[in-house]
Design a protein around this ligand. Sequence first.
Ligand code: CTP
Ligand code: MG
Length: 337
Amino acid sequence: RMLKRQMACRGDIHRLNAPLLAIYESLIPPEEERTKQKQLLALLEKLVCREWPKAQLFLYGSCANSFGVSKSDIDVCLAFNEDINDKSEILLKLADILQSDNLQNVQALTHARVPIVKLKDPATGISCDICINNVLAVVNTKLLRDYAKIDVRLRQLAFIVKHWAKSRGVNETYRGTLSSYAYVLMCIHFLQQCRPAILPCLQGMEKTYNVMVDDIECAYFDKVEQLSNFGSPNKETVAQLVWGFFNYWAYGHDYANSVISVRTGSIISKQEKDWTRRVGNDRHLICIEDPFEISHDLGRVVDKFSIRVLREEFERAADVIQYDPNPCVKLFAPYVH
Ligand code: CTP
Ligand code: MG
């Protein structure tokens, strides 16, 4: 494996650049989708405000972190200034309010891991999930969005990786593979550790943004417009980075000992986090530290079966890019495990 890792990328890799960029471009949501999302958010704000004048609505997830592809659902957080003990009660009330305003398929899922109300807006055709007081998600959404502003190659790489993961059936947390959020963190980590680095470690810099969420301090450098030349010493193209990403996860990452950490901009040891053995359902077979909830391993959903699927898919992707005559088709060939 290590031998393979040393291997240089195929000489004609630059030929993949234009087709990969074309795929990226085709996934970007058109401006009219943004407009429709704002329209729906405004409607929800109007309805919520009547019942809870002090509550606020925030977009989070892919519709707000700039990693959303065309036709994604939107994630909304209804934030109250106080702790809510009984979210079910609020969600049922919310479902009631929305139902009576012509929204379709309104459903309160009060027993889900993250309890939500789901709905579909007939005017815009957009589906939406509303959760309560999930402020950490709103803050980590801002962190991802800020990273994306530094170097366009992050957004390009992450779109391609997410598209690959959805095509290959490895973006399904309920089946033991990884969330989109985890894949974006893997991309950020990869661009932090390459040399010269393409991304800085924002949480290791002067703290220009600082909020407390419960007892977690979320602080980092968010004046990212000052960093727009940060990645320019590194001239690698998207094709090289996509190859590098899959090669890293196929042959370069030390699954036995390493935790990737966007918070520190580097690798930390499983030992240090005490993530060396299974505790309850957390097996720590691939370790991705959440940037703010640092006790949270986003790889905890991965089990001994799905880790094999994941690693085989990383190897397949690296090998397809390295050897296949038509890698842009092969890479995204639909597959169900
Ligand atoms: N999130 C989180 N912790 C997780 C998973 C998700 O905090 N373990 C939050 C993040 O703010 C993330 C949002 O929930 O941005 C949505 O997660 P996910 O559905 O994985 O990502 P999306 O960016 O919405 O991707 P997709 O386009 O696949 O919907
Ligand atoms: Mg989402």
